[in-house]
Design a protein around this ligand. Structure first.
Ligand SMILES: Nc1nc2c(ncn2[C@@H]2O[C@H](COP(=O)(O)OP(=O)(O)OP(=O)(O)O)[C@@H](O)[C@H]2O)c(=O)[nH]1
Ligand SMILES: [Mg+2]
Length: 200
């Protein structure tokens, strides 16, 4: 795996358009606008390889980025109210299709907003992933937007909410910002470990 020189490989709008799984993958999931595409850019040290928008619902396809023998996978966000019913169904089929497919999925990075308690959708996604025994890491993002005085309180509220779920498997939680780069090197390290099985 090489996080430098990443390249956009392809976009899949329908389940049957997914690329053949011939290499390890790391997927990025989370509600719309939480910052999945921004985090991918930050991890890859690229300004705008993945398209970012302040309008939720920017990523409507599953986008695959080749990182030399492995892929980063940008999933469409969930929980976006302003899409039509049929569009929501297409997204659900696409995302479920992806997770049910026989892929070499090494890790799913589930992003949540560090400023808020996890939404029902966030918790459903986390339960879904862990029930399917998918290796999962949680990234609490946009931490730059938390006032220093609020930080401790907000993060411990989220931690409490997550531990109340009683999840069996180990889920690493990293606090991050795509704005300041906080936590991003830690995330890269977890990715390297998941894909290459080694650190550094
Ligand atoms: N301050 C701050 N803003 C961020 C951060 N991450 C993302 N944003 C902003 O949040 C908005 C949404 O970011 P995206 O990366 O497009 O979010 P996404 O999860 O890919 O959204 P969808 O593609 O709609 O699912 C953009 O305006 C980003 O600039 C962060 O860590 N800090
Ligand atoms: Mg996106």
């Amino acid at each position: 795996m090489k996080l430098e020189n990443a390249q956009f490989e392809m976009a899949a709008g329908l389940y049957n358009q997914l690329p053949v799984c011939d290499m390890p993958e790391v997927a990025f999931a989370g509600r719309s606008n939480v910052g999945k595409s921004s985090l991918i850019n930050k991890i890859l040290k690229r300004k705008s390889l993945a398209r970012v928008s302040s309008q939720p619902g920017k990523t409507a396809t599953i986008n695959f980025y080749n990182i030399g023998g492995a892929r980063l996978v940008d999933l469409p966000g969930y929980g976006f109210a302003k899409v039509s019913h049929s569009e929501k169904n297409r997204w659900r089929e696409l995302i479920e299709g992806y997770f049910n497919d026989e892929r070499d999925l090494r890790l799913t990075v589930l992003l949540m907003d560090s400023r808020h308690k996890p939404s029902e959708d966030d918790l459903t996604m986390l339960r879904y992933l862990t029930e399917m025994k998918k290796e999962t890491m949680i990234v609490l993002t946009k931490v730059d937007k938390l006032k220093p005085t609020k930080r401790e309180e907000s993060l411990s509220e989220i931690e409490q909410c997550l531990s109340a779920l009683d999840i069996e498997q180990d889920v690493t939680v990293v606090v991050a910002s795509s704005e300041t780069g906080e936590g991003v090197e830690d995330i890269r390290e977890v990715l390297r470990l998941a894909v290459d099985g080694e650190e550094g």
